[in-house]
Ligand binder design. Structure first.
Ligand code: NAP
Length: 455
């Protein structure tokens, strides 16, 4: 895949970039390693100051960065600007809390003194996706840098200007040369980076094949990985739910980021008793969604990020229809204009064995399932290769407790949509990956948890 900014609204190639050569990559890893030897001893307070400065830069220039993201991958501008603000907030969060998260933990043993100390690992590679071009990177970079690691970013090939802008923010904020570097490289150059002895660990957010490929190389070289992969999150609605709130949230939870979010609600599992009402209202609200230019303030849904994603999504929808699923609304791309636009779509009456039961649909397509009771709703929710997040709607405390206990996923949200909150750990189980980002758990992924015992 070429490294280029291609406007998803028009298909215009805005800017292309040459991938780094092997020698250039080696030079950047040299720089990262020599910086790490200094960086790990820089006081935490100094690193927090730089990160707070990065937060200021992000806030001051949120419009510019927001426009860049919208240009490169098509998310509505207002969402892109909100994303920049969230990046500033995660910088402040770790600037403020890292010292407490990483403080020595005393433990009484047979020693005179024993405790746990957390120390940085070294150069960490982050392979990141295009869907939240700033957020995905800052939620890695803020804790990693505060812990004293140095970062190398291999961003998705369709967001090179966002990737360069992030390095620029951190450099302007004061981080020393080599503490955080963007590598403009293709996916085929990742293996050589992971194999380099000086790279100590890697994190990848993206698809299952990319995660499996990175993990295989890292495994061969005995390096730690964190994987944040796909999801087909359930959104369960029980009869006692506040239906107005549930329907409204169902639309947002599916359509966020033009439908291209790992934690978007993708499978709507609705109790039979309220299914007709829920579905009718969902269709009504889908009709009101405005698809169009993501730079315009009243646009709800912009284009998908690339023609490949549009093609794959349409193929999944058409195959599901051939396998017996029924289209309630949408079901096709916007053919009368350029760009990667797909109509908001709802598929229902999905038969057994249809690919819509198990595949992740990465675009504005809701999959609706009816279930007679809580038992079968939970069974349906868990019948998925993925286990990222789950949203469930009920006013019944017994049902709530069962949902919390029995849903197999990295998070469960009751009467709310699944979202990433920097105070809470984020990650999945099953084929959604392993390891956690955010919260205290996130900063502990890339540290040496050192046991100290002294008489
Ligand atoms: P993708 O193709 O896997 O790309 C993600 C990143 O991995 C890009 O930087 C890509 O580089 C790189 N990559 C691709 N193949 C690779 C390989 N074999 N070895 C090493 N690196 C490789 O993912 P996508 O399809 O663009 O993104 C959508 C997927 O990401 C969805 O499944 C979504 O659910 C998941 N996602 C998960 C989370 C989460 O937190 N769990 C968050 C967001 C997205 P190139 O661009 O150069 O190919």
């Amino acid at each position: 895949m070429a490294i280029a900014t291609i406007n998803p609204v028009t298909g215009e190639v805005v800017k292309t970039f040459e991938a780094l050569t092997g020698a250039e990559i080696k030079h950047k890893i040299d720089l990262a390693q020599s910086q790490f030897l200094q960086f790990r001893s820089i006081p935490m307070g100094q690193r927090a100051e730089w990160l707070s400065k990065a937060a200021n830069i992000l806030e001051q220039e949120r419009d510019r960065f927001g426009q860049l993201m919208t240009l490169e991958m098509g998310k509505p501008l207002k969402a892109a600007i909100a994303e920049v603000n969230k990046c500033a907030a995660v910088c402040r969060f770790y600037a403020k809390n890292a010292a407490a998260f990483l403080a020595d933990v005393p433990i009484q043993t047979d020693a005179s003194i024993s405790f746990v100390r957390y120390q940085p690992l070294g150069v960490i590679l982050a392979v990141m996706p295009w869907n939240f071009p700033f957020w995905q990177v800052f939620r890695f970079a803020a804790p990693a840098l505060m812990a004293g690691n140095v970062g190398l970013l291999k961003h998705a090939s369709n967001v090179p200007q966002s990737a360069l802008a992030i390095e620029e923010v951190l450099t302007r904020a004061g981080f020393p040369t080599g503490a955080f570097q963007t590598l403009l490289v293709g996916a085929d150059q990742v293996a050589a980076i992971v194999e380099d002895d000086r790279v100590k660990a890697a994190t990848l957010t993206g698809s299952e094949p990319a995660g499996a490929s990175l993990a295989a190389i890292a495994g061969k070289h005995l390096k730690k990985v964190v994987l944040e992969l796909g999801g087909s999150d359930p959104f369960i609605v029980m009869p006692s739910a506040d239906l107005d709130q549930a329907v409204k949230t169902a639309v947002t939870a599916r359509m966020i980021n033009n439908g291209q979010s790992c934690i978007a609600a993708k499978r709507f599992i609705v109790a039979e008793a309220i299914a007709d009402q829920f579905i009718d209202r969902l269709v009504e609200q889908y009709k009101a969604l405005k698809v169009g230019d993501p730079m315009l303030p009243d646009t709800d849904i912009g284009p998908l990020a690339t023609p490949g994603i549009l093609k794959d999504l349409d193929q999944q929808v058409q195959t599901s229809i051939q396998q017996g699923a029924k289209v309630l609304i949408g079901g096709e791309s916007l053919r009368d204009q350029p760009g990667n636009f797909y109509l908001p779509t709802i598929l229902a009456e999905i038969p057994k064995g249809c690919l819509a039961e198990y595949d992740e649909f990465f675009g504005p397509v809701a999959l609706v399932f009816r279930e007679p009771d809580l038992e079968s709703a939970i069974a349906r929710a868990n019948d998925s290769p993925f286990g990222l997040g789950a949203s469930a709607w009920t006013q019944d405390p017994t049902e709530r407790d069962r949902l919390i206990e029995e849903i197999e996923s990295g998070s469960v949200f009751i009467n709310g949509m699944v979202k990433s909150d920097m105070k809470l750990p984020f990650g999945g189980i099953k084929r959604s990956g392993f390891g956690r980002e955010l919260g205290r758990e996130g900063i502990l992924e890339f540290v040496n948890i050192k046991t100290v015992w002294a008489k």
